[in-house]
Design a protein around this ligand. Structure first.
Ligand SMILES: [Fe+2]
Length: 356
């Protein structure tokens, strides 16, 4: 930690970790109760909101946040009117308490590439809140990237195409008859995603979100939708890279796993990278129509593997991966900062909430 910053509150100190200004870290300078922390939160709402807008993420470290209900109390104390309840995202999640979910039930070796939460929707969440109920012994960071910097540093040719055409997503999902919760490319079933097996309800949700649905059988649903790819912050007016290209492009996974191998240097990460290299080669041969998840420019032009690699490089050039400590709470401005997950070993439970 370095560079303490003056704060209006004597018992809360603000710092940064290393040279990065992402996230800003709030720490208690003296021991206080959770109730006192929550009181502070409500009284100093304008202060932390201003920091969240400026830095894009705040890490609250060392506060007495011991269980999911403590995290839920913090969510309530934000005064956000629309805390998340219905999750239309791609990670398999379990509800823990009202507004509190497990961040992802994907297996520990599975990397989650950088993305802004639910960026493929018309109205993605404004804020994302994480809580480290149990930090893992190794890995498992939730790396962050400043999407405003990504927007500024992306290859101008890619930027121009996204500006002109937007981004198109196509995803294929199994249905209720499938016993599997996820496969390597399909991270959940459609009934899990829509929270229902009722086809009329699925249609309604799809219409509301401008999803085009195409059923092969009831157990094979293809969802197509289009988005702008960049978004302007509703308050700060800054422009950010805001799409799921990395999560859905077949090249991104393999580039990511090699970067993870360089970062973690474990035998398992080498094995995952090698396996994905073979599988990705196969996917390239089979072509885009065979891909369960696929992302392209809005005019139907493919995002080439070379373009995708350059996108991933920009992310990794700005990536900040801080190991979790049990009890950490992280606030993210979803219109400024992306998140992901590095593979891990040992028990780990990260909870999540969001505000629309
Ligand atoms: Fe996410």
């Amino acid at each position: 930690m370095s560079q303490p910053i003056a704060t209006q509150t004597k018992w809360i100190r603000k710092t940064f970790i290393g040279d990065s200004k992402l996230p800003i870290v709030y720490e208690p300078a003296e021991e206080r109760t959770l109730d006192e922390f929550i009181d502070w939160f409500q009284i100093h709402e304008s202060e932390w909101r201003e920091d969240l807008k400026t830095y894009g993420a705040i890490l609250f470290r060392g506060f007495p946040v011991h269980e999911a209900s403590d995290f839920q109390s913090i969510l309530f104390s934000t005064n956000e009117k629309h805390l998340g309840e219905f999750y239309l995202g791609t990670s398999p999640r379990d509800e823990v308490l009202k507004h509190v979910f497990t961040a992802s039930e994907l297996p520990p070796h599975y990397p989650i590439m950088q993305h802004a939460e639910m960026s493929f929707l018309d109205n993605p969440p404004k804020f994302l809140f994480f809580y480290a109920e149990k930090a893992s012994a190794f890995g498992g960071e939730t790396p962050l990237t400043d999407l405003r910097l990504v927007y500024q540093n992306i290859d101008p040719k890619i930027k121009e195409k996204i500006e002109r055409y937007g981004i198109r997503y196509r995803r294929r999902y199994d249905g209720p008859s499938s016993q599997k919760r996820f496969s390597i490319w399909k991270t959940k079933r459609w009934d899990e995603m829509f929270g229902t097996t009722n086809l009329d309800e699925v249609k309604q949700i799809a219409e509301k979100n401008r999803f085009e649905l195409e059923w092969s059988t009831v157990d094979s649903l293809t969802i197509t939708n289009q988005q702008s790819g960049f978004r302007t912050h509703p308050i700060a007016n800054t422009i950010a890279w805001h799409n799921h290209a990395q999560t859905f492009h077949y090249q991104a996974g393999v580039t990511e796993t090699w970067k993870i191998f360089k970062h973690q240097k474990t035998l398992r990460s080498l094995g995952v990278a090698l396996l994905l290299t073979v599988l990705t080669g196969l996917k390239r041969v089979l072509g885009p129509n065979s891909h369960d998840v696929h992302v392209m420019y809005g005019n139907g032009e493919e995002i080439s593997p070379k373009e995708m690699k350059s996108i991933t490089n920009v992310f990794w050039n700005h990536l900040v991966a801080i190991p979790w400590q049990t009890g950490d709470v992280l606030f993210i401005d979803n219109f400024s900062v992306s998140h992901g997950r590095l593979p891990y070993t040992g028990p780990r439970r990260i909870l999540v909430g969001w505000a629309d």
